[in-house]
Design a protein. Structure first.
Lengths: 323, 399
């Protein structure tokens, strides 16, 4: 998350003749304010994370008796918490590695599949002429307004029983019973559905801002829609694709609600977030190991973010500034 | 190699705006035709219709003997150079140039060879592995040219290819494109806003206004014999001075009255323009090119106008004097359109001059002239080279 920068206050040079120097100095002072505020925010928000990191390396005793800052004067670190987090579990309580893999099994398809679908859709919305294009696009974007929470129960019913329409004596199957409840597929299918509108919206805006001349040059060079999409639009859209990939991956990785609804009853398939909750809920006395577990869970998102972050800002700004 | 024929070609946009109206043109095989005109005159639209990027509403378009109205761009055997080059930013120069060949499924060896040939012609060999973002404007322009010539097309289409370059580079690339076109002898249609490009590059120049063809001719003829006021006002830099005048044919001494100043006309003027007699005693528009308004020359019996110097532009090789006269400027649709193409201020200035009855004219003096701002000077007029236009129709008066 980034805090939005407040507009830089500009000091107008006061009545030119005498005080140009003063005005300039005032301007320099005032324009430093946003930077100071930003640093204060960064510090404020990083501090708890730092505390968590320090706590995760402290012993159970120390965590429960003194604050993490005492580690500054009395440094005494141990890997005990991490050891107990990774300690092998039982069948009903699998260890953290299993949950880590479960999280991956959900987050990877839930990131890649919507990007693949949305890229095609966004290209069509941006550069292909067909009837009802703008209405269809508005319809897709309007889906952003559907609250996820509202559809959890209907979706669960769909996954466990399918959908049927009864007209008189006959019953039509609208959606077959795939018996998805408790499987990772139920979770990533849901995430795909709810990720698509934003993906299409973001990618469309980016692709629509690509210069028209390039497309025309490609048409003259003999390219059809698929060639233009594959050889020009996809490579040129990498920043936008990466930006969305970060968004979607972090959101899915950190999701608790959807996972709880669809695989909450199947610990074998539960992702990290569920596992973390049971760590604190089931063994309240061991809350000190939560800090270590949280850091294990954060590791991958951090890697993903830092490896893609150079695209992140560029992708979000795409289209607003001509680059 | 092929000719391009436009037969009554019309473009009407869905909103009813007419981009091009009944355009008739025949561009010969190997010819370099320049389309020129003010912004929004339809020149780019016409070019894009040849390219197949714009649908043709009505009329027939032929490249060679093939009717291409419904052919997609890739099947028209054309190549196009865009105003902002439209290079593929993620591909190297070599990939950019070879893209069309690759899509056409040519063997790798052939692509490499042809790309290298094109690069050699355009002196791009050392940049082949660079991306467009790492090139200068002139080099990008050359890559765009390379992309066009590598395909060996029947027709080159160029849409203001030099307008993004700075002045010096533009002069250089202008010569280079013209040379390349003569070497390759490929039929070329070149759209420009810059009439110097139009005059220097084209075998013929077509002037468009509001989607309608005004005149298509060799550059010299276009300059010396503009068919109407619009062409006269648009072609030439500085442009032709256009003022109101009255033709008087008293006895055997014809003359033209500009404000209260009278210019005697030699007999040859009437002999070359028989139709002028019909306009005796009538108002008409008189056009004078700056180079036909020169230093006073009292000895040789030249005709003179009197005017006051308002601005002096010494260009080294010549001296342009902006002179305020007591003659009314010609204000017609055509002169307004040409002024509007400069900017709104130019239109306002035209109206100011008209209401004051004080046209500003430009004269080309010898750089050694000692005329100063504020001086009242005598200007010699080459009366044989005057242009006369019907103020109603705007047509030039010849025969």
């Amino acid at each position: 998350m980034t805090a939005s920068t407040a507009p830089v206050p500009v000091a107008r040079p006061v009545k030119a003749t005498t005080s140009v120097g003063l005005g300039t100095r005032l301007h320099a002072r005032l324009s430093a304010i946003p930077t100071v505020v930003l640093w204060a925010l960064v510090l404020l928000w990083t501090l708890p994370t730092l505390g968590m990191l320090v706590s995760s390396f402290r012993s159970e005793e120390a965590v429960k008796s003194t604050g993490w800052w005492t580690a500054v004067t009395n440094p005494e670190f141990t890997l005990d918490s991490y050891r107990s987090v990774f300690a092998s579990g039982t069948a009903s309580d699998p260890n953290l590695w299993q949950s880590f893999l479960n999280s991956l099994a959900i987050a990877v398809p839930a990131t890649i599949i919507p990007i693949a679908i949305a890229a095609f859709a966004a290209y069509a919305f941006a550069w292909m002429d067909f009837k009802g294009r703008s209405w269809l696009f508005i319809g897709v974007v309007a889906l952003l307004a559907v609250p996820l929470q509202m559809s959890l129960i209907p979706l669960l019913q769909l996954y466990t029983g399918g959908a049927h329409l009864s007209l008189g004596d006959t019953s039509f199957v609208l959606f077959p019973n795939l018996d998805l409840a408790g499987t990772p597929a139920a979770v990533w299918l849901t995430h795909i559905g709810f990720g698509l509108p934003l993906a299409i919206f973001l990618l469309h805006n980016y692709m629509a801002s690509l210069p028209k001349d390039i497309f025309e040059a490609a048409r003259i060079d003999g390219a059809d829609h698929f060639t233009i999409f594959w050889r020009l639009v996809l490579p040129l859209s990498v920043p936008a694709l990466a930006a969305f990939a970060i968004f979607q991956f972090l959101w899915v990785w950190n999701d608790y609600l959807v996972a709880l609804t669809f695989v909450g009853g199947a610990p074998d398939n539960a992702p990290m977030t569920i596992r973390l909750a049971t760590l604190s809920g089931g063994r309240g006395q061991d809350w000190h190991i939560l800090t270590a577990a949280a850091f294990v869970s954060t590791a991958l998102p951090l890697i993903v973010f830092f490896s893609l972050q150079r695209f992140f800002v560029r992708g979000l700004l795409a289209g607003s500034v001509k680059g | 190699m092929a000719s391009v024929t436009l037969d009554q070609v019309t473009k009407v946009y869905p909103n009813g705006h007419v981009g091009v109206r009944d355009l008739d043109m025949e561009i010969a095989d190997g010819e370099f035709l320049v389309l020129v005109g003010p912004s929004g005159c339809g020149k780019s639209t016409a070019l894009r219709m040849v390219a197949g990027l714009e649908e043709i509403t009505d009329g027939v378009m032929r490249i060679g003997d093939t009717v291409v109205n419904d052919l997609p761009p890739k099947d028209r055997d054309i190549a196009m150079v865009f105003q902002n080059y439209a290079l593929y930013p993620h591909m190297t120069v070599a990939q950019n140039i070879g893209f069309a060949l690759k899509l056409a499924g040519r063997p790798k060896a052939e692509i490499t060879e042809r790309v290298n040939d094109a690069a050699r012609t355009l002196e791009l060999e050392q940049w082949l592995d660079r991306k467009p973002g790492q090139l200068s404007g002139g080099q990008r322009q050359r890559v765009a040219m390379g992309r066009a010539i590598v395909r060996n097309p029947a027709v080159f289409l160029m849409d203001e290819p030099l307008s993004n370059l700075d002045a010096k580079l533009r002069v250089q690339m202008r010569a280079e494109i013209a040379r390349l076109q003569r070497e390759l002898a490929v039929t070329t249609i070149y759209v420009t806003h810059d009439q110097i490009e139009a005059m220097t590059m084209g075998d013929r120049v077509a002037v468009l206004r509001d989607g309608m063809l005004q005149q298509v001719d060799e550059p010299e003829r276009l300059y010396a014999h503009p068919r109407n006021l619009f062409v006269a006002a648009f072609i030439g830099s500085p442009s032709m001075n256009l003022v109101e005048g009255r033709l008087e044919l008293d006895g055997d001494a014809p003359s033209v009255l500009l404000g209260d100043q009278r210019l005697g006309l030699p007999a040859s003027v009437l002999a070359e323009r028989p139709a002028l007699k019909d306009h005796a005693g009538q108002d008409l528009v008189v056009g004078m090119r700056p180079e036909h308004l020169t230093d006073p020359d009292p000895g040789n019996g030249a005709e003179h106008l009197t005017a006051r110097v308002e601005l002096r532009e010494a260009l080294g090789s010549e001296l342009l004097l902006h002179l305020r006269t007591n003659i009314s400027p010609a204000v017609t649709e055509a002169t307004k359109v040409v002024a509007a193409d400069v900017d709104e201020e130019a239109v306002a200035e035209l109206h100011r001059q008209a209401s004051a009855g004080e046209a500003m004219i430009v004269a080309r003096f010898d750089p050694r002239s000692n005329a100063r701002v504020g001086d009242t000077v005598e200007v010699a007029v080459d009366t044989e080279r005057l242009h006369f236009f019907d103020p109603e129709s705007g047509d030039a008066i010849w025969s």
